[in-house]
Ligand binder design. Structure first.
Ligand code: AP5
Ligand code: MG
Ligand code: ZN
Length: 213
């Protein structure tokens, strides 16, 4: 079963993907994580993506589609979760063609529903491990030792795009470009909206139930 996990910035895509990897053995493909790795390694892709990401704008479709294509071609045959891709209908159409060529498909498009006021709080308080990518929240789920990752002892920092003005833009960009994918996947009979409020384990149980049905 291949899943698309989508939703607004801060809706919990990364958090739930980590649980799906740990507990159900999924392969996690996150366009945001791939771009952040490219930025860290100062690759040509990273240099192109950085200015868009820092402003909370979308990286252009052609660059993003090529990136995902490369990853999917390498990982063919493993069940996967897509997180953060597609984000536009152009990307969604390209994905469909790509998966058809690879003789596979998406089985469910799980949409995490979270109201805007919660999204902002989640993003402002988020901290991530620079080394392993583990996600924390200053109120709900802080690292045991301030600034240090529980898992790998790496440095825990704020993401460059988790500043308030950038968050505002990311939410607007999401409404304009990505929210229409709800209709896109509803039209294909794949849309599975889930309540994204509650604690992480409750939401994970909802996803597992949805995967069984
Ligand atoms: P990306 O990295 O995908 O960011 P995003 O979509 O903005 O989503 P986030 O990662 O911010 O949120 P999330 O849903 O993963 O939430 P999380 O689990 O961390 O993209 C970044 C940028 O890259 C884009 O702006 C764009 O520039 C570029 N990009 C990426 N993909 C692209 C594409 N396809 N096309 C073009 N450009 C692209 O949780 C958030 C916080 O909430 C955490 O602190 C967490 O601990 C907390 N939390 C999680 N679950 C709960 C819960 N149940 N209750 C309370 N708190 C919770
Ligand atoms: Mg994420
Ligand atoms: Zn870590």
């Amino acid at each position: 079963m291949n899943i698309l996990l989508f939703g607004a910035p801060g809706s919990g895509k990364g958090t739930q993907s980590a649980l799906l990897v740990e507990k159900l053995g999924y392969l996690h493909i996150s366009s945001g994580d791939l771009f952040r790795t490219a930025i860290k390694n100062q690759t040509p892709l990273g240099l192109k993506a950085k200015s868009f990401m820092d402003r909370g704008e979308l990286v252009p479709d052609d660059i993003t589609i090529d990136l995902i294509k490369e990853v999917l071609l390498k990982k063919i045959g493993q069940k996967f979760i897509l997180d953060g891709f597609p984000r536009t209908t152009v990307q969604a159409d390209a994905l469909e063609v790509l998966l058809r060529d690879l003789k596979t498909s998406l089985n469910k498009a799980i949409f995490l529903e979270v109201p805007k006021e919660h999204l902002k709080k989640r993003l402002v308080g988020r901290r991530v491990c620079k080394n392993c990518g583990a996600t924390y929240h200053m109120d709900g789920h802080p690292p045991k030792k301030a600034g240090i990752c529980d898992i790998c002892q790496g440095e825990v920092v704020q993401r460059a795009d988790d500043k308030e003005d950038v968050i505002e833009n990311r939410l607007t960009v999401y409404e304009t470009n990505t929210a229409p994918l709800k209709n896109y996947y509803a039209g294909k009979g794949l849309l599975k909206p889930l309540n994204g409020l509650g604690n992480q384990d409750e939401i994970f149980s909802r996803i597992v139930e949805e995967l069984k049905s």
